[in-house]
Design a protein around this ligand. Sequence first.
Ligand code: LLP
Length: 432
Amino acid sequence: MKMDRKLSVNDADHLVLGGVDAVGLAQKYGTPLYVMEEDTIRAAMRAYRDSIDRFYDGKGLICYASKAFSCKEMYRIAKSEGLGADVVSGGELYTALSVGFPMENVCFHGNNKSDDEIRMALENRVGRIVVDNIEELGRISVLADELDMIQPIMFRIKPGIDAHTHNFIMTGQIDSKFGFALETGEAMAAVKQAIENPSVRLVGVHCHIGSQIHEVTPFVKAAEVMVQFMGDVKKETGYEIEELNLGGGYGIRYTDEDDPVPYAEYMEAVSGAIHKKAEEVGIRVPFILMEPGRSIVGEAGTTLYTVGSVKQIPGIRTYVSIDGGMGDNPRYILYQSKYDFLLANKAGAPADTVVTVAGKCCESGDLLGENVPLAKAEAGDIMAVLSTGAYNYSMASNYNRNPVPPVVMVQDGSDRLIVRGQTYEDLCHNDI
Ligand code: LLP
């Protein structure tokens, strides 16, 4: 198998995840099955937290971007590691609330929050609402007035940075549905309105330039643009914005084609740029927030499937069909995302065939990968797809009325169910 990543394989030639035999997990819980390795998640959280200590004298907060993988246990883990959370809907907020997540450490995002969502955030004293547009500022201020409170806010700014990633997940450029533009003066006008508005307190500015980014430069440039803007605000209004939220977007390793930069390198470069620019424009070094999602959970996840059929079309290709697909992992059909595949019950066997991995949905595009190197597959094999911890479970759907699979957490040789799989009854639960 051509794969640089270190895999753990036992004497039975089975893939081992978090000290647990993956084939045993498939037998115990059934397939498809999402498996998450807790140590990997916690290690990533600690690496981020440590970088705040190292490069910002501890003056910062890492908010786990829970859209990457949201369930009660994830908010519990983030809380226990001292992280905050980025939530982007009433549903994520509700899930965080349900496990007593500290609301002062929550950033509430969204480019079109409903009044109900805003009220929910206000009533629960969410620490920061990241305001996307001027209408939203108006709605927050009306609702804050009603509740007789002053809501801390940040503004989402488009720093005008083109990060090299898939168009669908690129967000920092002016042609984006998210946030206020700098070039047009829209952001400065919004800041002036907020400063005058007694129902909100403008604590910070935010940017998020995109996702699965492997270069340091776009992050450094975005940080410079943001600090420059904070300096401009101070110059024009005398108001000093205290906080800078740099969003998420750090790339992970899906296949050997990816070469992620260690977080500490990002942090060091970005921190250097912020310190230098802050001095240049005459503001204090801001309190830093960051919102990593994919890089906290992505590599911690593996999805297990059972191979059902192997269809060889001579001279064309070989389809290996598995019992899941775009319902539990829509990333190939959406972004042509690449993954590493292996057979968990023959983990050491050489990957000497090239196949197309097909899902079970009624859709020709329902594939998980093409030109995939794989050991010779047969019906009944357990296929493992690696690095599926981010934006898989959280983007799952019930297309074709396939139930969303369960999620199991593994650590130090033990496994525990953290999300039950849906049943057919669940699928009909809301039907009338
Ligand atoms: N902060 C904000 C405001 C965001 O919009 C996002 C992601 C993040 C943080 C976290 O970014 P991360 O560290 O995970 O890259 N479904 C796509 C990814 C969409 C990302 C949306 N926003 C995928 O599967 O690749």
